[in-house]
Design a protein around this ligand. Sequence first.
Ligand code: F6P
Length: 526
Amino acid sequence: MNPSIPLTQTPAWRALAAHREEAGDRPMTELFASDPARFERLSVRGAGLFLDYSKNRIDDRGLALLAELARERGLEAARAAMFAGQRINNTEDRAVLHVALRNRGDAAVEVNGADVMPAVRDVLQRMGAFAESVRDGAWRGHTGEAITDIVNIGIGGSDLGPAMACQALAACGHPRLTMHFVSNIDGDHLAGVLARVKPATTLFVVASKTFTTIETMTNATSARTWFLASGAGEADVAKHFVAVSTNAERVAAFGIDLANMFGFWDWVGGRYSMWSAVGLPIALYVGRDAFEAMLEGAHAMDRHFVDAPLEQNMPVILGLLGVWYRGFFGSASVSIAPYAQALARLPAYLQQLEMESNGKSVTRDGRPVDTPTCPVIWGEPGTNGQHAFFQLLHQGTDLIPVDFIAPLKASHSLADHHRLLLANCIAQSKALMVGKSAAEVRAELSSAGLAGEALEALVPHRVFPGNRPSNTLLLPDLSPCSLGALVALYEHKVFVQSVIWGVNAFDQWGVELGKQIATRIAAELA
Ligand code: F6P
């Protein structure tokens, strides 16, 4: 998988650079005018999702060159290597097999010649059984009461996925259960949650791949102390604390019964782990069947990623367009705009997924990269963002591509809200593309009664340059299945980009230095 020549020296990259010079500034409105079928041709369906990528500054030749770039960089072979369980995480010498966690068929998935699927199915079965027992009230706290509150203690990949998904799927959450997510070492986070829950009816899920993360271990220890201080005994801990980890030794040392541990494996990266036991809070909240529907959705996207030709492959298209803007337009950030309040945590989730994966400046074999890599990922749900930072998207100095994401069907029954929400979503992508010319502004102002100098003074302020790109991703609804497909789509987009840039998307050495220094400073402060 190591790229043999630097990215900028590949024939496709050079051709793309020339193409950018020639055609990159051509207005999108012109591309639409010259091709009435542009919307149909530049949209694709996969795993139940619909992607409209017609509002991008790209023509057929540009798209063909991007696909060529993917081939030159060995995307197809890299994809096959990941799905075959090869140790593609080269700096940690690990396979990368989150796709095995949602492998729904009977097919074996091998790591080092051993099929991992029996163990995957076994944990899934245990998770499902445990989740159902908490949901139906069979699992009781130490005073005999049913569980009402679930507190997930974890951080990064052991927090963001379940937190994002539980919020996204709240419409189908269990009515008796309230979900809480504690991640920050700032005691205000845990204290705030503990003030709202009762020890006798609370279940703590301590989630940490390594079971060494300082935030999680500190919060878990404090939660245990709080629980015991309520009058509960050591023997009661087993009814109120379960662990999710790859590290049984550490879990036992912490005092959690291994019967209450749900395991996963080193070939599951933290930020790719919501399909594993890390997804236990999701299963608890929405139930075993809905959790499995989420896996189904992700699996459908996996099949699409493997089977669809590169030119009609949703993660490939999203990934390549991102590379195009980052490499040839200087776009240093991408905005994620979910038009769904329930997806409020999606931008934060994607920040870790993309920036911890591809925020790298050396290639897999340790040479400096020769192009910029991962952009900054940021965003907020629409329509809130429109009243905050969309000003900059429309009239700021940077070109910031936007991903608009919207479920077609609402999860609520309030009249008219969803029509207005979708209208705003569609309007924003159109406004970014078409902009507003000085002539249009003049006409508008003069029909509002302005003239002369007063009118002219306002014109530059009210012009929208337009030609600002976006993708629109439509989900049929915000169901577990659609959510699974959506998240898997972004996972594979990140993989595609890592292959083009030549970086290892599956390590995260950049988080280590600060941790080491903090440990030293904490000792000094003590
Ligand atoms: O510090 C970064 C990180 O290692 C992430 O990659 C990971 O998701 C998070 O910390 C939590 O790690 P763990 O699950 O081992 O507690």
